[in-house]
Design a protein around this ligand. Sequence first.
Ligand code: ADP
Ligand code: MG
Length: 322
Amino acid sequence: MPLSEFSLIENYFSKLTPERRDVSLGIGDDCALLCCPAGKEIAVSIDTLVEGIHFFPDVSPKALGYKALAVNLSDLAAMGAEPAWFTLALTLPEQNPAWLEAFTEGLALAAKPAKIQLVGGDTTRGPLTISIQVHGLVDKGRALRRDGASAGDRIYVSGTLGDAGASLKKRLENWSPEPLDEADWQYLQQRLEYPIPRYRLAQQILEYASSAIDISDGLLADLGHILERSQQGAKISPAKLPLSSALKKLSSEFAIPLALGSGDDYELCFTVPEKNIEVLEQHGLDIHCIGEITEGDGLILLDETGKEMNIDARKGYDHFGT
Ligand code: ADP
Ligand code: MG
């Protein structure tokens, strides 16, 4: 892009996000200069969103800016890392100040509460694509990894599950079940477009949890990653899955598959050794125990009486994935 455009963008972005003291040099030079405090590790993750593949072309640019950063913040949360810095690679089809204005408003909305600073990036012309790389800080050796679960650990999830999936199902399949009203759909769309990354909750569970992941692809798929990396199995009770009041209006025939299989909620799924449960539960956090890690590699569903249901959850519920 012409230099004037670059400096415009640079000016725009350099004042957008909170200023941190551990940034010696932010936007404007060839590199940013960042200070990693003694005793900390840097957690790094990148996600790319391509128009037509990861988001609908008609999504509001504000929601897009928000979600592009929020999903990356969710990865930091899943590691127990505190948000610190991010970079942004933006490919734009045209110069559109109104679009940029709304997009950066959404970015700032996600950045401000996370106290994360935009420290650099790249701007090019082409099909609309957004790449964000986040950097977070975590005490050395204390990050929540996927490979830390052991048999006997309890499995927890935060918030409610299946909300974003319900909104996506409406959008993709024109799905409109009877009991849901306009307010429900607005709530569900909000859950899809403005997911709340759980980096604060992550700090509160950090000392008690043995492993964690964020739910981007659906509980069964993402819990499956913990089981694979930890070489364990699990038993979970679908009846214990936390559901929003909107999803509770649906018959469980719809609600449970959404909560088990649909993604985009960006809640946390984590495991807690039995010895830590009592203290953890005293904190009154928005978390729900849904099952237990077991030896072996099966992922088994229990019915309401606690009896094993005769399906391999990893295969049997695949077709509900969105
Ligand atoms: P260079 O040519 O040295 O790579 P650029 O001209 O691409 O530098 O960028 C100039 C400055 O503006 C750099 O500090 C860069 O990090 C920043 N920058 C460019 N695009 C963005 C963006 N989309 N978001 C944040 N910072 C950006
Ligand atoms: Mg340079």
